[in-house]
Structures are given as C-alpha cells and as structure tokens.
Design a protein around this ligand. Structure first.
Ligand SMILES: Nc1nc2c(ncn2[C@@H]2O[C@H](COP(=O)(O)OP(=O)(O)O)[C@@H](O)[C@H]2O)c(=O)[nH]1
Ligand SMILES: [Mg+2]
Ligand SMILES: [Zn+2]
Length: 274
C-alpha cells in the first residue's frame, strides 16, 4: 500500500490518468467509488502500487460542458477585433468565475489590428475592470501571464478566433497548437461530447478545452447579482434587484458614471435570462 494524493488529468472509459509529483499513473477505480462520477480535475487518493483510486476529496468547483472540476483560474481571452469586443461575453465569464470561486484573468488580444475607436472603447473598459479589482493583461504580457499560471489549474474561455491557441503557443512553444481553426461548435444538435484533459506545463495544468465559448449560466438571479462584484448592497431596499429607479444605488452610480454603463446593461440582460 502506497497511498498518495494526485489529480485526474484524463479519463478514457474506465481508465483514469492521475498525475502525482510530475509523473502520470494509469489507474482504475475501486469498489466503493464505482457509480460516483469522477471528473477531470478531481483530487484523488490513489494507491501507487495497485494503481487504484480509493477516494476523492471535496471539490472547490465543477464546470459543466466541458465537465471539469477544481479550476483555480479562468483566462478570459477577449478579442478587440475579429471577433469584435464583447463586454457581454466578458461579463458573463466574470460572473461564472465569481459564482464558482475561480479567479478570472482578462487577457485582451488583437490590439494591433483594431481601429482607433475600438481601441478607445477597449482601453476604457480595461481601466474600469482594473479599478474594480480584476487583473487585465494583453497577449503581449507573456511574462506576467506565466507568473499567473504558477502552480495553478487553468482553463481558457473566449470566442472562437479570439486567440486562445495563439496565446498558449506563445506561453509554451513546444505545444504547437493549430491556430485559426474553425472549431466545432458545442451547439445544439451536434454531439461533440469531447472529453476534456488537463495538460501539464511545468507546474501548471491547463484544460485543453476549445474554450468555454458557448456556455450557459446555470445559476440563480441571486448568484448573477453577486457576480457583479462592484454593485454591493447599498440600495434603499435590501431586496433591490437594481431594475427600478426608486432609491437604487446601482442605478444612481450608473447615472453618475461610476459604474460602467455596459456592465449595468449586461447585468439586466443576464438577469432577464433567468
Ligand atoms: N493580429 C493578430 N492576430 C492574432 C492575435 N492573436 C491571434 N491572432 C490570429 O487570430 C486567429 C485565431 O487565433 P486562434 O489562436 O486560433 O484563436 P482561438 O480560436 O481562440 O484558439 C489566428 O489566425 C491567429 O493568428 C493578435 O494578437 N493579433
Ligand atoms: Mg483554438
Ligand atoms: Zn438597487
């Protein structure tokens, strides 16, 4: 018996690849865990000699589609042009991160090809996101991004064509990921139930998902509200949903230009989808 704590990085039918101390072990699941749906990212106690998974530790979070657990940081790759800058998608990913206890990192791409007005809008937004406490980088800040990756489990989010694969290739030249690919949609009707894996790069694990580009927010109104971290709870009525004007401090701050207008508009959109 030689039990240690590892992490599942790949699942293929009954075979679970577990990483421990920079080595990988092909494992099977033992009796009592059968029937429990383990996911990539699960931290498991396994027996190095028998190659059996014995126990799973509680999860910090679980994302669905693709199914993955225990993500530390979400790199939200946001293009300025082709595809055009979308604060809606950005805010959606930020809410997803907040609700799931994942640290979001905003990474802006294609600043070299956007026009002046696009650039102005993007930089204004970037300034705002920094002000409310988020890390914002561009895809040229490779050293800073590498620092963010240290000892973390990372997933990437962003539209097709935003520059996710290009960014990963810059981070690790040996990856050689294809870029400019029209990736298969996770859309309706198509059964692209591709299993996600975690790729080890030094002490980082990166989810090799095509990106959580078409994610649905599986969360309550209250969770969406709490995901807009700068809104706070300073309204006249504690139950205020920030939709009507009567004593709402959020609407007041939007009107005064303290809260970015697009943030509020995206909030309304997201809350109405609930
Ligand atoms: N001009 C410019 N092109 C970029 C940048 N980042 C990515 N691209 C290009 O945009 C296209 C899509 O990039 P890719 O990494 O495949 O996007 P993904 O779908 O998010 O993985 C490719 O042709 C890249 O070469 C950038 O910062 N500037
Ligand atoms: Mg790609
Ligand atoms: Zn309010």
């Amino acid at each position: 018996m030689n039990k240690v704590l590892g992490k599942i990085i790949n699942i293929n039918k009954d075979l679970y690849t577990v990483i421990y101390n920079n080595s990988v072990f092909p494992c099977y699941v033992r009796g009592k865990l059968r029937g429990f749906k383990l996911t990539v990212g699960d931290n498991v106690i396994f027996d190095k000699d028998n190659l059996t998974i014995e126990e799973v530790t509680p999860r910090k979070n679980t994302l669905i589609r693709p199914l993955i657990s225990n993500i530390d940081k979400l790199f939200i790759v946001t293009s300025t042009h082709l595809p055009e800058f979308s604060t809606y998608l950005l805010d959606k990913f930020l809410v997803l991160s907040e609700v799931n206890n994942i640290k979001p990192i905003i990474i802006i791409t294609k600043l070299d090809i956007c026009n002046k007005s696009e650039k102005r809008e993007v930089l204004k937004s970037a300034k705002y996101y920094r002000k409310i406490g988020y890390k914002v980088y561009t895809n040229k800040d490779i050293r800073k991004i590498k620092k963010e990756m240290k000892s973390s489990v990372i997933a990437l989010a962003g539209q097709t064509g935003a520059g996710k694969s290009t960014l990963l290739n810059k981070i690790d030249k040996t990856l050689n990921l294809k870029t400019g690919e029209v990736s298969t949609h996770l859309g309706r009707g198509k059964h692209t139930t591709r299993m996600v894996s975690l790729i080890p790069i030094n002490d980082t694990l990166i989810a090799d998902t095509p990106g959580f580009s078409s994610l649905e927010l599986d969360m309550s109104k209250e969770e969406v509200m709490s995901g807009f971290i700068e809104f706070g709870y300073k309204c006249k009525y504690s139950s205020c949903t920030h939709i009507n004007n009567d004593g709402c401090s959020v609407i007041d701050r939007v009107n005064k230009g303290v809260i970015l207008k697009s943030r509020y508009e995206n909030y309304l959109k997201l809350i109405k989808e609930k």
